[in-house]
Ligand binder design. Structure first.
Ligand code: IMP
Length: 424
């Protein structure tokens, strides 16, 4: 196997950092292809917590090359901060192990300002991460995005910025009443950041093509999840990029199909931000899951909403994401609960639905639950045969989703991972 993609099968936060780190250690190249610093991928190394936002988790594997593809929205200020934090944590970053596409879309101060103004003053509060992701992708679609290459050329940058700010001025002054950056200030700041980014800037598309031709092992690291996908997700409560395979083709480049698409799936469900959540637990069980699972956002610190596993949504994610196997995470958290349930179907307008579909109004479905034996014997998950309750839960999920579970994660440490299937 040479190419493997990791895609979130739920609403993000499925534990991608740790699983990506596991695969990255077996790969030559790790690629981010969409999203930006709205992501927060947590990896615990020897008891030390490291969170990456924009930089691929592969940066923690010394021999791997990390690539940020052109579909990513890159905030240079945030990159500089992450670079400093990772370096302080002893992670080595250089132009030898990190390449950033010259064609990456740039998030600027006005994108962050707009995101914040809309969240506080807009009619609908989406609960975004406030990182300027949506406004930056809007500019990309409107064909006025700044690209990394623009930050390396003052003339190009000023011309492009003048065009964008001219229009934004009306929004800031007349709609949101927020001070907006002047052309000179913004150009000066971005040019300085451009110099910081210059050593990493590269034609990553050709590089990736070459690496694939050389039969290198390549890992595509998705951010967020299928249910936050701009087309397949719970619109409008979604992020602004394609979080599945389409995002790989659009935002990095890949010849053929990936050999394996691993869907990341928590043993229960969480969601951060607004939007419908059929299996949400608003009772004590939900609070227990939040506390046991440390369910607070790695990027914003917001409390995550918690609920039982939702199989109609997962069946949909398997189809929408072309998932070939699953990595099941946070089993140790479920082990702390005295009872276990999973949603196997929905009742919707008098119909029985086994699987969700684009546009289904999830606020109106009624989950149908199956009661399962609790996972209280999950402590011995590390070695030997699987504890019966865990084996039963895994078989239950496989039966319902018709794809194998290939990895089990049962704690934050790198070592708390069990492989049920060979990948690389
Ligand atoms: P945005 O991506 O900041 O525009 O936020 C849009 C929605 O996606 C909000 O509900 C966010 O909470 C959610 N979101 C964005 N990134 C992540 C992530 O990495 N994990 C979980 N939720 C996310």
């Amino acid at each position: 196997m040479k190419t493997l993609a990791i895609i979130g099968a739920q609403w993000g936060d499925e534990g991608k950092g740790k699983v990506t780190d596991f695969f990255a250690s077996r790969c030559d190249v790790v690629v981010r292809f969409q999203g930006g610093n709205n992501a927060g991928h947590t990896i615990v190394v020897d008891g030390r917590k490291i969170v990456t936002h924009l930089v691929p988790s592969g940066i923690l594997t010394p021999h791997a090359l990390s690539i940020i593809g052109h579909g990513v929205v890159l905030d240079p200020r945030s990159f500089a901060q992450e670079h400093a934090d990772l370096t302080a944590a002893g992670v080595s970053i250089s132009s030898a192990n990190l390449k950033i596409s010259l064609h990456c879309n740039i998030i600027t101060r006005y994108h962050r300002l707009l995101d914040g103004a809309r969240e506080t003053q807009g009619a609908v509060k989406l609960g975004t991460t406030g990182r300027g992701i949506g406004p930056a992708y809007e500019d990309r679609a409107a064909r006025r995005s700044l690209k990394l290459a623009d930050l390396l050329d003052e003339k190009r940058l000023r011309a492009q910025l003048a065009q964008v700010l001219d229009e934004k001025q009306i929004l800031f002054e007349q709609r949101y009443h927020v001070d907006y950056p002047s052309l000179n200030d913004e150009a000066a700041a971005l040019l300085e950041l451009g110099e910081f980014l210059r050593p990493y800037a590269a034609d990553t598309f050709s590089l990736l093509h070459e690496l694939q031709s050389q039969q290198r092992k390549i890992l595509f690291e998705g951010a967020q999840g299928i249910l936050l996908d701009i087309d397949y997700g719970t619109y409008p409560f979604v992020t602004s990029s394609s979080t599945g395979l389409a995002g790989i083709y659009a935002g990095a480049g890949l010849q053929g199909a990936p050999d394996e698409v691993v869907g990341l799936c928590k043993a229960y469900t969480t969601r951060v931000g607004s939007g419908p959540f059929p299996t949400e637990l608003l009772d004590e069980t939900g609070s227990t899951l939040r506390e046991l699972g440390g369910e607070y956002g790695a990027t914003t610190g917001r409390a995550r909403r918690c609920g039982w596993l939702d199989l109609p949504l997962l069946r949909y994610a398997v189809r929408a994401g072309n998932l070939t196997s699953l990595a099941l995470t946070k089993l140790d958290v479920l082990a702390g609960l005295p009872a276990l349930q999973a949603c196997v179907a929905y009742e919707y307008d008098g119909q029985h639905l086994d699987v969700s579909f684009p546009g289904l109004d999830l606020a109106r479905v009624r989950p149908v639950y199956e009661v399962l034996p609790p996972l209280q014997d999950a402590a011995g998950l590390g070695a030997g045969s699987l504890p019966p309750s865990v084996a039963n839960y895994v078989a239950f999920i496989e039966r319902h989703l018709q794809i194998p579970v290939g990895l089990l994660s049962f704690g934050p440490e790198r070592s708390q991972l069990r492989q049920l299937r060979e990948y690389f």
